[in-house]
Write a protein that binds this ligand. Structure first.
Ligand SMILES: [Zn+2]
Length: 158
């Protein structure tokens, strides 16, 4: 575990986005984020004997406790690829003194949720998750899966 100041994290993301653009930055981090979430869930599942929705709930609880934001689940059915999560106080939002100017600032979480859903569903493919509303322009962020049952099997397993 490494503690990182929020401004360091956000400024590093900003530097990557300035160089590559938001969409390329999101793609750059997507595989690593997905893979990391998958392995975290696998480790915790083996350690605690959790499975299904319980491991996703445990994952989001840990993210909240570790300061990434306050994650609240509105809908979750891993077997159908269904997920809706609201995040308040995201650690990825621009901080004072930051020039970060993206419309959806918290896209790293998309891949993390995809990895957790993929692990718990047991599918080889990924259900895409998108930040459909961000705290940059609203009170909280909202992440939803593309829809129950939709799965991109052309994406490789982490
Ligand atoms: Zn956001």
């Amino acid at each position: 575990m490494v503690l990182v100041p929020q401004h360091l994290l956000v400024n590093n993301l900003d530097a990557v986005e300035q160089r590559l653009g938001r969409d390329e930055s999101a793609e750059l981090f997507r595989d690593a984020g997905r893979r990391s979430a998958w392995h975290w869930c696998a480790h915790e599942s083996a350690r605690l004997g959790l499975s299904g929705a319980a491991i996703v709930r445990h994952y989001l609880d840990r993210l909240s406790r570790r300061g990434w934001g306050r994650f609240e689940i509105d809908a979750l059915d891993p077997s159908r690829g269904e997920l809706s999560v609201r995040v308040r106080h995201s650690a990825l939002l621009p901080v004072d003194g930051s020039d970060r100017s993206v419309d959806r600032a918290c896209y790293l979480f998309e891949a993390w949720f995809e990895g957790a859903l993929q692990y718990t569903s047991g599918r080889s493919g990924t259900v895409p998750v998108r930040e459909t509303r961000c705290g940059v322009n609203a009170d909280e962020c909202l992440f939803t899966s593309d829809g129950p049952g939709r799965c991109h099997d052309n994406q490789r397993r982490p």
